[in-house]
Design a protein around this ligand. Structure first.
Ligand code: HEM
Length: 512
């Protein structure tokens, strides 16, 4: 896709900005991979909780009527209180995954991308990610398989979810490379252990419970497995034993023989699991990393100066002090300014398989790039070691039509906050509407909802400089907002988020 796109930019960051500079934050919960909300040595691992949560959320899917699927319905207590969903893993997963605030990304997309990140950062294969999942407004029909059910019910259950008997063996083996069965919710399967290194008495499915590998298959084939759903003392609940042996061990043997086959099969099946969504939900194309991606772009009007800041990420690039990076900044007057960009940091993704180098758009030892308000800015291009990066000729468009004005100010800096948001609107733009969209507003079920606040047009134009006029609105909250406008029926999206907490918000001058 072409930058900028509000939704795709957010999904792309969630997917690829994993570790290091500007990391979105999911990986912080699963690196190192034995991190657990219950603590080290609990026997639990967040990575295992996340994978199981994604599966239990999806497993309500019905291919016939199109209901259920990965839609974050597992967040409803009606679902977590069902006998098919025992344990605290679902709640823990949702607390962690939803603590990462990313506007325009649904809870279900967060769960999907977090599951992918967890697997990739814990030894697993790369998994293609599509976005666009829609959060359910209520619980789905029950349908998660349970260990005491017989093989025929499990085959029927996976068929209802959209998986063949062979795919069932694969998906169970792929899932059960992580984690195990905990004593508290399953006392009949997992005995009390009194082990200081496994305080919650979790009987692990294989010897590497926080790491993706084919040990779940090699240990099963060699007969050394301690998988509690294979060698449990009560044969009724040995569901993995029945499932793994259901094709005469052909599939499990192929996994034990080839770690590569296991990894590629799991990549496919995990993607299928995560892409199983209610009928009518349209997923995006696979989100691949943009080779060059501006980020955190911010424009502020300050007198006659348009202050600009932000960063740019170059994918598949390691730090190199010899490298030269320039930004070519095009303006309304037809001019181009050449700015040398300092390095800002590096990031990695998928357990270190990819690197990215970040540069700041702000010149060395300044806090912002000062532009002449009259000339403004229309777009950016970059030159890296002499090579032009301009998205195949279209450039990286920057809108300077509606920007935050530093004449914004507060009259009360204690709750309830009282402040005035000033938006500088470029003369000649003639928007039919200027409005603010509230960031992070949710309904009673946690779903993101759009709240828009109209900024009234000024009764009398208030000039901020010869090129911009102020539109103002009095605010009484501490929320953050994005500035947007409608021009000729088109949506114009501002470049950054501002709210009461905007840096440098001043006290309003007191009138005497
Ligand atoms: C017939 C199908 C399945 C049955 C009967 C089953 C059963 C179980 C049981 C009883 C547990 C223990 C949960 C706990 O201690 O709280 C468990 C854990 C787990 N399951 Fe499954 N499972 C099935 C399929 C799957 C699939 C398809 C996946 C994912 C692809 C999966 C992923 C996991 C993971 C990651 C854990 C570990 C959770 C943790 O350690 O916190 N399971 N499963």
């Amino acid at each position: 896709y072409v930058w900028p796109s509000q939704t795709l930019d957010a999904l792309e960051s969630a997917r690829w900005d994993q570790n290091g500079h500007n990391a979105v934050g999911f990986a912080g919960f699963v690196v190192p991979c034995d991190l657990a909300l219950q603590g080290f040595h609990s026997g639990r691992a967040n990575v295992a909780d996340w994978v199981r949560t994604a599966y239990h959320d999806m497993a309500t899917h019905n291919v016939e009527d199109g209901t259920g699927g990965l839609d974050a319905s597992i967040r409803f207590s009606e679902e977590t209180s069902r006998a098919e969903n025992p344990g605290d893993g679902f709640r823990n997963t949702l607390v962690e995954v939803t603590s990462i605030g990313i506007a325009h990304v649904s809870i279900a997309d967060k769960l999907a991308v977090a599951t992918i990140l967890a697997i990739e950062n814990c030894g697993g294969p790369e998994i293609p990610f599509r976005g666009g999942r829609v959060d359910a407004g209520g619980p789905n029909t029950p349908g998660v398989p349970e260990p005491q059910q017989d093989l025929q019910s499990h085959i029927a259950s996976f068929a209802r979810q959209g998986f063949t008997p062979t795919e069932m063996i694969g998906l169970v083996a792929c899932g059960h490379t992580f984690g195990g069965v905990e004593h508290a919710p399953f006392p009949g399967i997992s005995p009390e252990m009194d082990d200081p290194n496994n305080t919650l008495s979790v009987s692990h499915f294989d010897t590497t419970f926080a790491h993706f590998d084919n040990n779940v298959a090699t240990e099963y084939m060699s007969g050394t497995t301690q998988n509690p759903l294979v060698v449990g003392s009560n044969d009724t609940t040995n569901s993995d034993k029945r499932i793994f042996a259901s094709d005469g061990n052909v599939t499990m043997k192929s996994f034990a023989d080839s770690p590569e086959l296991f990894a590629s099969t799991c990549s496919n099946l995990f993607a299928r699991m995560l892409n199983t969504v209610p009928r009518g939900v349209q997923l995006t194309d696979v989100i691949t990393p943009l080779p060059v991606k501006p980020s955190k772009l911010q424009l502020t009007m300050s007198g006659n100066t348009l202050k600009m800041s932000g960063e740019v990420r170059f994918w598949n690039m390691v730090a190199d002090p010899q490298r030269t990076v320039f930004m070519l900044l095009d303006d309304h007057a037809g001019g181009t300014r050449n700015v040398t960009l300092p390095a800002a940091g590096v990031s990695t993704a998928t357990g270190g398989r990819y690197n990215a180098a970040w540069y700041t758009l702000v010149p060395q030892s300044s806090t912002s790039l000062a532009l002449d308000a009259a000339a403004g800015v229309t777009g950016m291009r970059f030159v890296v070691d002499g090579k032009l990066e301009d998205q195949g000729g279209v450039g990286f468009a920057v809108q300077d039509g509606v920007v935050f004005s530093d004449t914004s100010c507060y009259t009360s800096n204690q709750e309830p906050f009282k402040w005035r948001m000033d938006v500088a609107v470029r003369n000649g733009l003639n928007p039919t509407r200027v409005y603010l969209t509230q960031i992070g507003s949710t309904d009673s079920t946690g779903r993101e909802i759009a709240i828009e606040v109209d900024v009234p047009p000024p009764a009398m134009p208030v000039a901020v400089n010869v090129n911009y006029s102020i539109w103002s609105i009095d605010m009484t909250d501490g929320n953050f907002y994005n500035i947007e406008a409608e021009v000729d029926g088109r949506k114009l999206i501002g470049n950054d988020v501002f709210g009461y907490g905007a840096t440098g918000l001043k006290a309003c001058p007191t009138s005497t």
